[in-house]
Design a protein around this ligand. Structure first.
Ligand SMILES: C=C(O[C@H]1C=CC=C(C(=O)O)[C@@H]1O)C(=O)O
Length: 399
């Protein structure tokens, strides 16, 4: 097993993308085009695709991330998608057992959550009042967890562990400015465009799985069943699907939206998911036109979008940055694949900033929603070496 420490020089690390449909890594091409701070995703994409072509790319492409806040600048880089693309599916590998020597690494100096556990529950309770008053139908409240570690985690080793534990996820590692890396394993496909075919799989509704689902399959199945038949979760899910379908419909020749959601599992959580398939009316909207149309979905923001955004601006005591945005790639034909940036962290030296959110409706329970965010932090925590059954007290208090 690769040790968790001793990272290679961050700016030489490529973008890595491991999706159920295929995997690749791509080194950003050297670039100096102006306008890189543009918030206009399609225009920025066109500029960088031209640049990739001029730099001699055989298959010009862009990779990067879109922040949560609409209007904030994306982080996009030109790449050559020709050589490094691997189209076969990622092999499903068993979760590795860590040797004892690495299991205890990296040691935790300090853990701080914003808001802290009590603060988050208070924000949920306040949001529930607003939801009951009827001005909002749903809002997704986020938290961050700052870990200060004695040793800097190696992003490549963290990504390898995320992939091993979540083989069906969209696992990514994106070098950011200031030697930081955005890393995660998102279960949620924002959208994939291949010609006129567009696929989405939005998620809302969550239940934790037992610590070892294989050891207690009946309990695991009962939790999944409870989620699938929960009126609260189904209502929250339906709001989201409707909002996404409404945004897509004007561009589509056909739009297939199943009436009932399906169950989706990660290693630790059950979710409700709806696979949506659309056929575009024409070739003109590329994936970089569609991302800003769909984002932010009610899976990360709320319903109605404007009121939910205003609520989050006022309530969340931190800037989400990339959390709740989108991460992925696009090519010169307008095809590409983007995941919702959740179950993620920013790694910067010995500092790891993790993010998690929970979708709230009028009958949400503050303690339950806080526990849900703790379970969602668990994706990256485990990849950093913090096993759920063996969390340090300082971390337990912060969760
Ligand atoms: C916002 C997150 O998850 C979203 C995706 C699936 C289920 C969710 C929920 O049940 O609240 C969230 O909408 C997160 O992981 O931080």
């Amino acid at each position: 097993m690769t040790p968790l420490t001793a990272p290679p020089t961050p700016h030489t690390r490529p973008f890595a993308w491991h999706a159920p449909t295929g995997s690749f890594t791509a080194q950003p091409l050297p670039h100096t085009p102006p306008g890189l701070d543009s918030a206009d995703l399609p225009a920025l994409g066109r500029t960088l695709l031209r640049h990739a072509e001029q730099a001699g790319a055989a298959r010009p492409g862009v990779v990067g991330a879109v922040p949560f806040r609409p209007g904030a600048a994306p982080h996009l880089r030109p790449v050559d998608l020709a050589a490094p693309v691997v189209t076969r599916p990622v092999p499903v590998r068993p979760v590795p057992t860590l040797p004892v020597a690495t299991r205890t690494l990296p040691t935790l100096k300090r853990a701080v959550s914003v808001p802290d556990a009590a603060g988050f529950e208070a924000l949920v309770a306040a949001a529930v009042q607003t939801l009951r008053a009827g001005t909002l139908d749903k809002v997704v409240l986020g938290r961050l967890l700052d870990l200060h570690l004695y040793a800097a985690p190696d992003p490549d080793a963290v990504l390898a562990r995320l992939r091993a534990a979540h083989p069906a996820a969209y696992a990514f590692s994106l070098p950011l400015p200031d030697d930081a890396t955005l890393i995660g394993a998102s279960p949620e496909l924002l959208l994939r465009r291949a010609g006129r075919d567009v696929h989405l799989r939005p998620m809302a509704g969550t239940r934790p799985r037992p610590a070892d689902p294989a050891a207690d399959p009946a309990d695991d199945a009962a939790r999944a069943h409870a989620l699938l038949h929960s009126a609260k979760d189904r209502a929250e899910h339906a709001l989201m699907v409707q909002a996404i379908a409404d945004r897509l419909a004007p561009l589509c020749r056909t739009l297939s939206v199943p009436r009932t959601p399906e169950l989706a599992s990660t290693a630790t959580l059950w979710h409700l998911a709806t696979p949506i398939h659309a056929q575009l009316r024409d070739d003109s909207p590329g994936v970089l036109d569609l991302v800003p149309l769909i984002h932010p979905t009610p899976a990360v923001c709320g319903v109605p979008t404007g009121a939910a955004q205003a609520h989050l601006e006022a309530a969340e005591p931190f800037d989400r940055g990339w959390f709740g945005g989108a991460v992925g790639w696009a090519d010169g034909y307008g095809d590409g694949e983007w995941a919702v940036t959740i179950r993620c962290a920013e790694l910067r030296g010995t500092h790891a900033r993790l993010f998690a959110g929970a979708g709230l409706v009028a009958d949400s329970d503050p303690a339950g929603e806080r526990q849900e965010t703790a379970a969602k932090f668990g994706t990256v925590l485990a990849a950093l070496g913090f096993a759920p059954a063996d969390l340090p007290d300082a971390l337990l208090e912060a969760l």
